[in-house]
Design a protein around this ligand. Structure first.
Ligand SMILES: Nc1ncnc2c1ncn2[C@@H]1O[C@H](COP(=O)(O)OP(=O)(O)OP(=O)(O)O)[C@@H](O)[C@H]1O
Ligand SMILES: [Mg+2]
Length: 308
């Protein structure tokens, strides 16, 4: 079936507006002369898990930063629950912040605070909950990620995987409607990584949480995703239901050679193949750069006129 006639595909591209909780419109982000995002369009529906993939440095963390109002885009906008997050005042931003949680790529815990205090922080800053209720909530969140017994330790006293889980407990602190995860399982052992996947699934399926997950871990991506999007050169290369990504992944080399270029890029990325359009492109680019480097020192029009 052609993609435009496939109901699952067109629903993925055009979800009904009342279901959309994040809307990214013509988003452009430049740092100096570098254009990281060059006109991105994307919608995230309530209750779905959208996995964001793409090569290192392609702008995934930048996109998450823009989605949470951590920075303002060069052009375009992100609407969170219908509001332009870069335009709202501090009061509205605080109100929006109560509705989402973030698990940062680095964990981003405060080193001078205990794990329990790190988790309590959003509740203390953004709610009027009394201290005893906050303590209770903190215990529940730490229990959910298996860290209740380590509540009084400081970040320097726990392992990398435990820091990730503590970051997750903090992201869950305010019972958010949306959770943003930046590389939730990077650097974790396979079991802890699978546990985090299960937690994401539980939150989504039981509590209806919407998740936007940046990940390079393909096992994890294919376990948790409802839809997947691959970023490349500042744009959405492909946004589609997980089943479509599974189809592309399972194609043999003969069938894959008939795919459009974008799908061949996606296939190489999700299979982690050593050869394919991504590596071809890299080789061609560096060869062209090398040639430019060789040509640059030559005079514009070599002269054969004798100097004397
Ligand atoms: N504050 C900043 N100032 C200047 N350049 C930045 C800034 N933040 C990001 N960049 C650049 O933007 C590009 C995208 O960075 P980003 O962190 O979004 O990539 P990523 O896709 O998350 O990569 P990774 O998979 O390695 O985490 C990189 O080239 C980075 O150097
Ligand atoms: Mg990143």
């Amino acid at each position: 079936m052609a993609p435009e006639n496939d109901p699952t595909q067109s629903a993925a591209k055009n979800p009904p507006d009342e279901d959309v909780v994040i809307e990214v419109e013509r988003l452009v982000m430049r740092f100096g002369k570098q254009t990281v995002l060059s006109g991105l369009d994307l919608k995230v529906r309530r209750g779905e898990t959208l996995v964001v993939m793409g090569g290192s440095g392609c702008g995934k963390s930048t996109l998450l930063g823009l989605m949470i109002g951590g920075k303002a885009p060069t052009e375009g906008r992100v609407r969170l629950f219908g509001e332009d997050i870069a335009q709202v005042d501090e009061t509205r931003l605080d109100a929006l912040r109560r509705r989402f949680g973030i698990l940062f790529q680095s964990g981003a815990l405060y080193q001078s605070m205990s794990i329990a205090d790190n988790v309590a922080l959003p509740m203390r800053e953004l709610t009027d909950l009394p201290p005893d209720l906050i303590d209770l909530q903190v215990k529940m969140k730490l229990e959910a990620v298996g860290l209740r017994e380590h509540a009084d330790k400081f970040p320097a006293q726990i392992s990398g995987g435990m820091k990730k889980r503590a970051g997750l407990a903090r992201a869950l602190a305010l019972d958010p409607e949306i959770i943003f995860y930046d590389e939730p399982s990077a650097g974790l052992d396979p079991v802890t990584s699978a546990e985090i996947d299960q937690l994401i699934l539980t939150l989504t399926k039981k509590l209806g949480v919407t998740s936007v997950v940046v990940t390079h871990e393909m096992d994890s991506a294919f376990t948790i995703a409802d839809r997947m999007v691959m970023l490349d050169k500042g744009r959405c290369l492909k946004i589609a239901p997980r089943a479509e990504y599974e189809r592309i992944r399972s194609l043999g080399n003969d069938q894959a050679s008939m795919l459009p270029e974008d799908d061949r890029i996606v296939r190489q990325f999700i299979r982690g193949d050593a050869a394919g359009p991504i590596t071809d492109r890299r080789t061609m680019t560096s060869y062209a750069d090398d040639l430019m480097g060789l040509l640059a020192p030559l005079p514009a029009s070599p002269s054969i006129t004798p100097t004397r």
